[in-house]
Design a binder for this molecule. Structure first.
Ligand code: PMP
Length: 350
């Protein structure tokens, strides 16, 4: 705190990112990164970009990447927006597409960045409790609102909302924008991007941090009606007209083009998830159904915060949230089979 801070900054409650530990050799299962590296083609594309051309600004429109995404999903490049991580894409969507006079609706529990953006932009919100099974209750979103946002699968629960339920929600809210945050969609869900041509109020966001293993590159995207995309472009050009650097543009485009590598790594993560869920069950854990690259697990007799602290001493880090409704759960990122086994071995000793 300083006397130079504006009153606005004094009241701002920022997001707290998951820990990025400085200690080597930890089994890092806390921030949902992909345990496998990015596509070798993406790495080669970025290496080829390093050189004299870096003195030049990148393409402010990131056309190469927009075309790669458009080709992948069968949409027009004018329906694609790209930014510096999906966090930045979401920030622009909050600013540009939600009607600040009416409350934004999102689930309670969900991605904890949403209330932070609301604080940043002065957007009122109402958080709608999940049902007993930790699922989103679609009926709760059939009321006047200034927009709707939820991750699919939800975070940190991992639970998936089927496309039919999303369509129901879109039809019930023709006058507000529905943002589906698909950070984890590639690990078992079907993208709502197939609905964007039918619903002009739908914006789908995705990230290259998870299924395409490029968290370090910071690239995210949105797909929707060209009019929604234009709003995001206007904000971007008033904020940072070059959000993606030259390496990010070519690396992310190459990652989208390498479908074979993408499919193979997603498959490995999904198979490991199912194996881990079965093994955790043998240790007495209850695990919510997950369509993500993480699971949400609790032990009926053991304290989750205590387990997380103990695991850390054993060199394994997982995520624990203090929020009351989920305080009994651990969010565990799916690692390699060896990392998952290290987790299971550590848990078996507790
Ligand atoms: N949405 C959700 C639901 C997430 O969990 C994350 C990752 N923390 C993001 C968006 C942001 O991902 P990124 O900024 O790395 O694209």
């Amino acid at each position: 705190m300083s006397k130079f801070w504006s009153p606005f900054v004094k009241d701002l409650v920022p997001y707290v990112p998951g820990e990025q530990p400085k200690i080597a050799n930890l089994v890092k299962l806390n921030t949902n990164e992909n345990p496998y590296g990015p596509s070798p083609k993406a790495i080669a594309a970025m290496q080829a970009e390093v050189g004299e051309s870096l003195r030049l600004y990148p393409d402010p429109n990131s056309d190469r990447l927009k075309h790669a995404v458009a080709d992948y999903y069968g949409v027009q490049p004018s329906q694609v927006f790209v930014g510096n991580g999906s966090d930045e894409v979401l920030a622009h969507a909050f600013y540009g597409l939600f009607q600040h006079g009416r409350p934004l609706l999102f689930p309670d529990v969900t991605y904890s960045f949403y209330p932070v953006y609301c604080g940043l932009y002065g957007i009122p919100f109402e958080a709608m409790p999940l049902d007993e099974q930790f699922q989103i209750r679609v009926e709760d979103y059939e009321r006047p609102n200034g927009g709707i946002i939820f991750p699919n699968p939800n975070a940190p629960t991992g639970c998936l909302l089927p496309l039919e339920a999303i369509e129901k929600l879109l039809q019930a809210n023709p006058d507000s924008v529905v943002v589906v945050d698909e950070a984890y969609i590639d690990f078992g869900g079907v993208s709502a991007i197939c609905l964007v041509d039918r619903y002009p109020n739908l914006l789908v966001t995705q990230t290259l941090s998870k299924s395409r293993s490029l968290a370090g590159l910071r690239v995210g995207l949105a797909v929707g009606h060209a009019d929604l995309i234009e709003a995001l472009e206007r904000i971007k050009n008033s904020f940072n007209s070059y959000p993606l650097d030259r390496m990010a543009i070519v690396g992310a485009a190459a990652a989208f083009e390498d479908k074979v590598y993408f499919d193979a790594t997603c498959r490995k993560v999904i198979d490991s998830r199912e194996h881990l869920i079965a093994e955790l069950g043998k240790l007495g854990f209850e695990v919510l159904p997950s369509a993500a690259n993480f699971i949400f697990a609790r032990h009926p007799q053991k304290d989750a915060a205590g387990i997380a602290a103990g695991l850390r001493e054993q060199g394994v880090i997982v995520r624990h949230f203090k929020q009351e409704r989920i305080a009994q759960f651990l969010r565990i990122t799916i690692g390699t089979p060896e990392q998952n086994q290290a987790l299971l071995d550590a848990l078996a000793t507790r």
